[in-house]
Design a protein around this ligand. Structure first.
Ligand SMILES: [Zn+2]
Ligand SMILES: [Zn+2]
Length: 344
């Protein structure tokens, strides 16, 4: 079965067997019909092409984030309790800055694994992989905004039960990337860490995402704001600083692996995203494998014992001060980089 029996040539209407290699949506009987139809087909073809590129970029960003989070996992989870609509993760005490092997034995399938990996995370992938994502979008004639939303009550979500203190409120505040064409005719939402709310799709067109998941849009920030946030944290002292410094070192390992892959393959990321399906899949697996090995090496060699000791001393000498300092970084960025915020 070649499935082409019912395909009609977009130019002459006869039975067609040749598919447009770019958009995979238009059919032709032969190359001459395809050529004859090109000027008419071009706008639709470019649209479909762009849509595919943005989806691939979003998926790649999410894939990279999950690899990164798994190797740099730092929650010590004792048990996971499934109450039907919630996966409660019970944490053990741990020292900030300590990498902890991901508890594979506690998750039942790939979906649960993604839910756990994205728990308590949302702005991190947007900040840490900002440069990588911008690189992927090169040539697409789009711009981005970093949007904070409140998500609708999901069928199932994760919640972390902290060692000390109360369970956090049911805020459902979440960070995503909005990609908009320069002429503002189309927009998408990229959601690297939505799995914690059962939102697994890495990329959806904005309207679909809004209808399905969004209760309220809180605000949109200029591109690169989350990157500045985690850079700001890394310059501080104390618990959130050591975590940010380690994660930036992990990001460097990812970026180096991508550059090395680009040199070896002769392809750049934006070109990778425009390859035909088979070539794309093959190279995508290659680049993810390269990133994975780099992260495994990074985690195996990571020794932050000295920084952890200094962090403990700092936290003892200045209790709660690092939380306050981190909040100052956040407030300053929020005040200077907000594009728009919800009224009421
Ligand atoms: Zn034809
Ligand atoms: Zn086409």
């Amino acid at each position: 079965m070649d499935g082409t029996a019912d395909k009609r040539c977009s130019h002459c209407g006869k039975t067609a067997s040749l598919k447009c290699g770019h958009c995979k949506a238009s059919w032709y009987c032969d190359v001459s019909c395809q050529k004859a139809h090109w000027s008419e087909h071009k706008p639709a073809c470019k649209e479909a092409d762009l849509d595919r590129t943005i989806h691939r970029a979003g998926q790649l960003l999410q894939d990279v984030f999950f690899l990164f989070r798994e190797q740099l996992f730092d929650e010590s989870i004792e048990s996971i309790e499934d109450t039907g609509d919630t996966l409660f993760l019970r944490d053990r005490p741990r020292k900030p800055g300590t990498l902890i092997p991901f508890p594979h034995h506690l998750v039942r399938d790939e979906k649960e694994k993604k839910m756990v990996l994205s728990t308590l995370v949302c702005h991190e992938p947007i900040g840490y992989f900002h440069d990588l994502f911008i690189q992927m979008l090169k040539g697409t004639r789009t711009r981005i905004e970093e949007v904070t939303v409140k998500v609708k009550k999901p069928a199932k979500r994760t919640r972390a039960i902290p060692v000390r203190g109360e369970l956090r409120g049911d805020w459902r505040t979440h960070g995503v990337i909005r990609v908009i064409t320069l002429d503002a005719s189309r927009s998408w939402i990229i959601d690297p860490a939505g799995a914690q709310y059962s939102m697994f799709a890495a990329c959806l067109d904005e309207q679909t995402y809004q209808d399905r998941y969004v209760e309220k849009v809180f605000c949109a920030m200029k591109p690169g704001t989350d990157k500045l946030l985690y850079q700001g944290f890394a310059e501080l002292k104390g618990n959130c600083a050591i975590v940010a410094r380690i994660e930036w070192d992990g990001v460097k390992a990812v970026e180096d692996a991508v550059q090395k892959w680009e040199r070896n393959s002769g392809l750049r990321l934006p070109e990778l995203l425009r390859q035909p399906e088979g070539t794309f899949e093959r190279h995508r697996e290659e680049v993810l494998e390269a990133i994975q090995s780099a992260l495994v090496r990074f985690a195996a060699q990571a020794d932050y014992s000295r920084d952890i000791l200094e962090t403990e001393q700092y936290e003892r000498a200045h209790p709660y001060f690092s939380d306050w300092e981190a909040e100052q970084v956040r407030v300053k960025l929020f005040n200077s980089r907000t594009l728009y915020r919800a009224s009421g």
